[in-house]
Design a protein around this ligand. Structure first.
Ligand code: ADP
Length: 359
């Protein structure tokens, strides 16, 4: 009875199974094995397992089998290198083979459980193909944006200098409406200039980055130095816990900290001095940084959106900016195989989190 059950399990196992002996002769093959290779049992009995391989690979694959029977163990072949099989019709396909010796068989019998992975491989190859085309397309778009931003600088400069000229020489001859137009023209060209500079800066982020050990406390001191004027003006208090040394791209990390800290100061509550705390935690595969402020906070529904390019929550009259800062932060973090997100309660401050891979 028990033997019957074992026979049935072998015969109807969903994976093809072949039992072979020390010289590679097929001793048994189950139902799925026969289906996979397209042979009847009688056609395979006594044949070498080489019979199921493409002729050109027989020498190398049978050398592998020979080595295996000398020192048999449980192992899977075909993961780190390709193994090809061939069916009765001559179709060649990739397989993964789990091998193990049959215990209590001193004359050496071995089980090979075979998986046809050609569909998986094909899907993988297609994905890789599509991915590389996508990367190429992204590069092209980045390149075009870079060129467009670069080209736009010149006409913007011209508009700016012409409107300055008009303002310096003709202002007294202009009526009130023309003066308002001139002011708008000045403001718009200033904004365009900021946008184009921001776009260029975004595009340059991560181009030929140089990876180094980075002392975060030192970088933070430099950032505070750069923001000194803003800190003094707003009475901001920036404190930090013990911060680590990490491996990454220093210029980009400095820009990331600078963007997040200056946002924490910029989006402060009226009549409250900004308080900002920077911390870092070591986790298994990455560093987890947080930058916590006591500012105006961000409503729940916008917390993902703010990392998109040009996304802003306030009119320019309230808070200056062009909505590129956090998109750049995201780019920097992703360059370090990390992610960035925010926890916030409107009116009660925000905590920006980002991770940086330890490798
Ligand atoms: P910008 O600062 O130029 O507007 P960012 O990309 O840096 O652009 O930020 C996008 C938007 O996210 C901001 O306009 C603001 O509404 C929101 N934001 C960013 N940082 C904070 C913060 N610390 N507190 C509150 N809101 C913030």
């Amino acid at each position: 009875m028990k033997e019957e059950i074992f026979k049935t399990i072998f015969e109807f196992n969903p994976d093809p199974i072949i039992v072979f002996n020390a010289i590679g002769e097929i001793v048994l093959i189950n139902q799925q094995g026969k289906i996979l290779f397209g042979y009847k049992e009688a056609e395979l009995k006594g044949k070498r397992i080489d019979f199921l391989m493409p002729a050109e690979l027989v020498p190398i694959q049978s050398a592998m089998r020979f080595n295996y029977v000398q020192m048999p163990d449980h192992r899977t072949m075909g993961r780190d290198f390709e193994i090809l099989a061939k069916d009765k019709e001559g179709r060649k396909f990739h397989v993964e083979i789990a091998l193990s010796p049959l215990p209590n068989h001193n004359d050496g019998l071995f089980i090979a459980s075979i998986r046809d992975i050609s569909v998986r491989e094909e899907t993988h190859r297609n994905l890789e193909n599509r991915n590389s085309k996508l990367q190429q397309r992204i590069k092209e778009i980045e390149n075009n944006t870079f060129l467009a931003s670069h080209e736009l600088q010149e006409p913007i400069r011209t508009i700016k200098s012409l409107s300055n000229l008009l303002e310096d020489n003709q202002i007294n001859k202009l009526d009130a409406q023309s003066k308002t137009c001139l002011r708008f023209l000045n403001e718009s060209s200033h904004r365009m200039n900021l946008l184009v500079k921001g776009l260029l800066d975004y595009n340059r982020t991560g181009i030929n980055p140089v990876a180094n050990e980075i002392e975060i406390p030192k970088v933070l001191d430099e950032v505070k130095e750069d923001l000194n004027f803003l800190v003094e003006e707003t009475g901001a208090n920036i404190i930090s816990d013990r911060l680590p040394q990490i491996y990454g791209f220093e210029t980009e990390i400095r820009a990331l900290l600078q963007n997040l800290i200056s946002n924490s100061i910029k989006f402060r509550k009226k009549e409250t001095s900004p308080r900002i705390r920077i911390s870092a935690n070591k986790e298994t595969h990455h560093w987890h940084f947080t930058i916590k402020d006591n500012g105006i906070g961000i409503p729940d529904r916008y917390q993902d959106k703010i990392f998109e390019m040009f996304y802003r929550l306030h009119p320019r009259s309230q808070y200056d900016g062009c909505g590129i800062g956090l998109a750049k932060c995201k780019k920097v973090v992703e360059l370090h195989n990390g992610r960035i997100w925010v926890d916030s309660l409107e009116g009660h401050g925000s905590t920006f989190h980002f991770t940086i891979s330890k490798n």
